[in-house]
Ligand binder design. Structure first.
Ligand SMILES: Cc1cc2nc3c(=O)[nH]c(=O)nc-3n(C[C@H](O)[C@H](O)[C@H](O)COP(=O)(O)OP(=O)(O)OC[C@H]3O[C@@H](n4cnc5c(N)ncnc54)[C@H](O)[C@@H]3O)c2cc1C
Length: 506
């Protein structure tokens, strides 16, 4: 059991976005007389990849009393309504599909039979794209301004959930300002180690020449990972065999004429993929690649060829994708990059971090600071499941054979993780279902990527072939099939029937 009812101080290692967010969240949960201290080493360099936010970003802001408009102003945030995937099937920039942040109230999502979405299956069966079912997609086709997007989102009729691109360094500054105003203490120094008591609890953070006594500690030290890897020696579950990229260069692109794109661009490249996060003052971008197939110089040359102007890498870094099997030990928990990391495809690192934090808050608040060991075990097990779900969802994105370079050929021949390989076999016969992703969710956690997200990526890539969608439509009643056919006819603006040889009309 962990009893924090008499806690006097919470110590947080690292003053990045995760450290300050955790501090703000814990400040809310603990009594005002409990000191919350962020120990922040001077940042060696601000990474500045430009964050593509996730769907749980707005909830994280609101739960922590962070005004969204203030966030937008201070973190240079712009709307992010989804992700644009270019060239993942090997057809160049014009070969694209979208995964939109679709919300509720859309007929295609409301209409569900036996765990699948017949109208979406009909689109897949008919070879139609998926993203246009969301009413707000027209914002993207007509390159709506930020104000127009605000207005449409406010009507509630866009079928979209909002998220944002933002400048991570500015967001960190914003969080720090709010945190200090809410009474959080900041210590500008480095944590060199931790003193453990005879139960294995962290009793003090060791700063240069002095100790900071703590009752609960959070490791938010990013890639430094000062806790789980060094002090607690936890097992690292590597994704290196599944997710192929291990290197990144980060750069800025010349700003384009407004209005800004309100999606993150994710473009498949020769040895990996690159992102563009459009902010008001710059376009933050990066290329994540496999160091077995490229180096920074070849990656830059490929980028320069693509853009037609000189591209300068601001930072170059190695990425070790994976996670610690145990993130919460006794009175110590690691959050964000300190607990694990994946490439920024689908903004998965942020999405996972926000979910970790939400659950940490739930466990501490719902137990009134008295936490049984079983609840900690459940948190760890749900955290691990969540990482596995992220791994498999990201692996799905690479499940295409259209690009003819050594990197993509190697991937096409690579062994798939067992769980994903099995799901893939199911997707050959039917569209992704809730029961497929349920095993990735444990103990109060929310799924980071929903059934619709899996469908939105698997169908365009052909992992769900049209024949699979036809097969599940054939199981509908005759009446439902007629309704679905009418939907397709409306969609195509014709009365053309999908021929019964393609499978789904009797
Ligand atoms: C290439 C790349 C692209 C990314 N793109 C995205 C994206 O598009 N979307 C997304 O959601 N996420 C993205 N991420 C992830 C995202 O940047 C991180 O999740 C986010 O920055 C949170 O970082 P953090 O606070 O955990 O760590 P950091 O930002 O690294 O902060 C850690 C802090 O701890 C401090 N520290 C370290 N050691 C010590 C110590 N011993 N004592 C005291 N302080 C210490 C450091 O100085 C630093 O200030 C990307 C990451 C990378 C690497």
């Amino acid at each position: 059991m962990l009893d924090l009812t008499n806690a006097r101080r919470i110590g947080i290692i690292g003053g990045g976005t995760v450290g300050w967010l955790a501090a703000i969240a814990l400040r809310r949960i603990f009594d005002v007389d409990v000191d919350v201290t962020v120990v922040e080493a001077p940042t060696v360099f601000p990474l500045g990849p430009g964050e593509g936010g996730s769907l749980n970003l707005t909830d994280t802001l609101c739960r922590n009393g962070l005004d969204v408009d203030v966030f937008i102003g201070e973190a240079d945030a712009t709307h992010k309504l989804g992700v644009l995937y270019e060239n993942w099937r090997g057809g160049g920039i014009s070969d694209h599909y979208y995964r939109m942040f679709g919300g509720s109230g859309i007929p295609e999502i409301e209409c569900r039979v036996d765990g699948f979405f017949p109208l979406l299956s009909a689109r897949i069966a008919a070879g139609e794209n998926l993203h246009t079912y969301i009413p707000g997609f027209e914002l993207i086709t007509r390159r709506a301004s930020q104000n127009e997007i605000d207005e449409l989102l406010a009507t509630g009729a866009s079928g979209l959930y909002p998220s944002y691109h933002f400048n991570d360094a500015e967001f960190e500054r914003c969080l720090r300002r709010v945190g200090l105003a809410r009474g959080i203490t900041s210590r500008a120094t480095v944590v060199h180690g931790m003193r453990l008591d005879d139960r294995g609890h962290v009793s003090a953070l060791q700063l240069g020449g002095e100790e900071l006594e703590v009752d609960f500690a959070v490791d938010a030290s990013g890639f430094a990972r000062v806790g789980l890897g060094t002090v607690f020696n936890m097992h690292w579950c590597s994704f290196a065999n599944v997710l192929p990229t291990d290197h990144a260069i980060i750069f800025e692109l010349e700003p384009r004429e407004p209005p800004l794109q309100c999606v993150t661009r994710a473009t498949a490249m020769k040895a990996g993929w690159m992102w563009e996060a459009p902010l008001n003052r710059s376009i933050r971008a990066g290329y994540v690649f496999s160091s077995r197939h490229a180096d920074a110089a070849t990656a830059l040359a490929e980028l320069e060829h693509q853009y037609g102007y000189r591209v300068e890498a601001k930072h170059e870094l190695s990425l070790d994708q994976g996670y610690f099997s145990t993130a919460w030990v006794n009175n110590f928990v690691a959050l964000g990059t300190a607990s694990g990391f994946v490439e920024p495809l689908e903004a998965a690192p942020a999405a996972h971090t926000f979910e970790q934090l939400r659950n940490l808050e739930c466990v501490l608040a719902n137990g009134s600071g008295i936490v049984p060991a079983q609840a900690i075990e459940a948190y760890n097990s749900a955290n691990a499941r969540c990482w596995t779900g992220v791994r498999d969802f990201l692996r799905l994105h690479y499940d295409c054979k259209g690009i003819d370079t050594p990197f993509w050929r190697d991937l096409a021949g690579a062994e798939l993780p067992e769980g994903y390989a099995d799901l893939r076999a199911c997707f050959q016969k039917r569209t992704p279902r809730f029961i497929d992703i349920q095993p990735y969710v444990g103990s109060g956690w929310q799924s980071l990527f929903q059934q619709i997200d899996w469908i939105s990526v698997a169908a365009p890539l052909g992992v769900v072939p049209p024949a699979a969608a036809c097969a599940e439509l054939r199981r509908l009643s005759a009446e439902s099939q007629t309704e679905v056919q009418a939907y397709v006819d409306r969609l195509k603006g014709t009365i053309t029937k999908i021929s019964s040889t393609r499978g789904w009309m009797h």
